[in-house]
Write a new protein. Structure first.
Length: 172
């Protein structure tokens, strides 16, 4: 049983979200087996999450900048606003997730002083660190225009998506 499936055993989820999440993870795993590079995998994940999950209004990746390991650099993304190109590891929700190595979920960004605004329409954000070979490589960042979007089941799913990127990066 896959880690994602094991962690979600017995958790209440709608059949539709369960099937959709499982189908997307299967698609990402299959694509990762033949993806020409990590960028192609991240582009696929960002596009598919954005188009299939109606409350995921901005989906993107940030990676540790090889020229400055204290900075996250923007990777592939899809969404309706222009993100920050570079984020210090000491700033914002992205910096907090990268620095702590733990997922950050904020259900109301207006109540969190760490939030760096990308759009006034964003109400909710999740940032999931991506690890490759035991080291922080980057993160998957998703913004929603709807408060409370990221339930525990959504968090588990997004963490599984980030883990697929980490596995791919770990093979290279």
């Amino acid at each position: 049983m896959a880690d994602y499936e094991w962690r979600n055993a017995g958790r209440p989820r709608t059949l539709a979200s369960n099937a959709m999440h499982d189908e997307l993870l299967k698609e990402f795993r299959e694509f990762a087996a033949t993806a020409p590079d990590a960028n192609a995998l991240m582009e696929r994940i960002a596009h598919r999450l954005h188009e299939s999950q109606t409350r995921y209004n901005w989906v993107g990746f940030y990676f540790i900048d090889p020229a400055d390991p204290d900075v996250l650099r923007l990777g592939p993304y899809v969404g309706s606003f222009t993100p920050h190109d570079r984020i210090s590891l000491s700033v914002g929700l992205c910096g907090a997730a990268a620095s702590s190595g733990k997922t950050v979920v904020v259900h109301d960004v207006s109540q969190d002083p760490r939030y760096l605004s990308g759009s006034a329409m964003v109400k909710c954000e999740i940032v999931v660190p991506i690890f490759a070979k035991g080291k922080l490589a980057g993160e998957l960042d998703i913004n929603s225009y709807f408060g409370g979007t990221f339930s525990q089941a959504e968090q588990d799913f997004i963490e599984a998506c980030a883990a697929e990127v980490g596995k791919y990066l770990g093979k290279k």
